[in-house]
Design a protein around this ligand. Structure first.
Ligand code: ZN
Length: 350
């Protein structure tokens, strides 16, 4: 049920912490898998590859590779320039064509900080909000800042586990994990926040090179500027973090608007969904499940707020156990999400 359990131990702490996410029985779709040192490339259509990290370098997020007649378009660039370079290397194992265009699904650090790996000449397309976020003090965005703290905490914890362990096998394992996270933290020093070179508000379509690529903005959801990248011919959509296999991180989200935004996504003729984290899936019903969750969360938190409870109290009391299919089996909701809903309703956040 909790397929996150399959994630290698080194990922669990930061990944689970970041995404209160559950997966279901996921149907496999891929036609062919190409394994590189750092990526598992799932060929989802001719010249279209869903790129998932193998764990040899910390990528944190998925990416999409779309080949055209004479070039390559990618969606998202991972968490660091080093992870972005690993993606570029993996792309070169399936095509020699140059990567000319990068689409940002949204502004979050784990999807956009690998961008410098693709050079200065690349066209970067993103939503206006992504541009605004990546040009207005991105270093101090709370999601980025909290990730830095989280990675440092992981290193401290591993260091103290290592100091306290006398079992040789365990020490070896801890040492490997520690070095893995230290490499990631060192890789962060190379980060240069790189905004889009071209923006859109509602929709843009790329027609070059025998491939139609549609970029849709359906409204606010996981951030203020989430794009769905849709290939109409192939009936494939890359959803970034606006639609994962389960509930997304809500710390920059617009929970009360999210279900409506996903209604727009449902308007597309889709056979395969490629999320920003976790495996691909074909079951569109899952969109309805998470829509229902965001709607109930909105109603429940509003009800508790109207009863005079503080955000912390509401987060502790919220009863969403009817969403058992999403793995919710105890009382309470994500505190950060509830606080943000209060802030939005109180007019503290636009
Ligand atoms: Zn995100």
């Amino acid at each position: 049920m909790w397929s996150l359990i399959k994630i290698p131990r080194k990922f669990r702490h930061s990944y689970l912490f970041f995404l209160p996410l559950t997966f279901f029985n996921l149907g496999s779709y891929s036609q062919e898998i190409i394994n590189t040192d750092t990526h598992r490339l799932e060929k989802v259509a001719d010249g279209v590859y869903f790129a998932v990290g193998t764990g040899n370098i910390y990528t944190m997020s998925n990416a999409l590779i779309i080949e055209r007649e004479s070039d390559v378009v990618i969606v998202d660039s991972h968490i660091t320039p080093a992870a972005g370079r690993a993606l570029l290397d993996s792309i070169q194992s399936v095509t020699e064509k140059p990567v000319t265009t990068l689409i940002n699904s949204h502004f979050h650090y784990d999807h956009s900080n690998g961008t410098p790996a693709f050079g200065n000449d690349i066209e970067i397309i993103g939503h206006e909000v992504t541009y605004q976020k990546l040009t207005t003090d991105p270093e101090n965005e709370h999601t980025f800042q909290s990730s830095l703290i989280r990675f440092n905490n992981t290193i401290s914890r591993l260091q103290s586990e290592l100091d306290n362990s006398s079992n040789n096998d365990e020490r070896e394992q801890l040492q490997r994990e520690l070095e893995y996270w230290q490499r990631h933290v060192e890789a962060q020093s190379e980060i240069v926040f790189t905004p889009p070179t071209q923006t859109l508000r509602d929709k843009m379509t790329l027609y070059r090179g025998g491939r139609e690529i549609q970029l849709h903005y359906f409204g606010r959801a996981h951030t203020g500027g989430d794009l769905a990248i849709y290939l109409p011919e192939e009936k494939i959509v890359f959803t970034g973090d606006m639609m994962l296999g389960g509930i997304s991180y809500m710390g920059d989200g617009y929970v009360a608007e999210w279900a409506d935004t996903l209604q727009g996504l449902k308007g597309l003729d889709i056979e395969l969904i490629l999320p920003g984290h976790g495996p691909s899936f074909t079951d569109k019903e899952r969109i309805s499940l998470v829509q229902d969750y965001y709607t109930s969360l909105t109603e429940e938190v509003r009800r508790l707020k109207n009863l005079g409870y503080s955000a912390d109290e509401a987060a502790a009391r919220a009863d969403l156990r009817q969403h058992e299919a999403l793995g919710i089996n105890q009382l309470g909701a994500n505190q950060e999400a509830v606080q943000r809903m209060y802030d939005i309703w109180n007019g503290n956040i636009q």
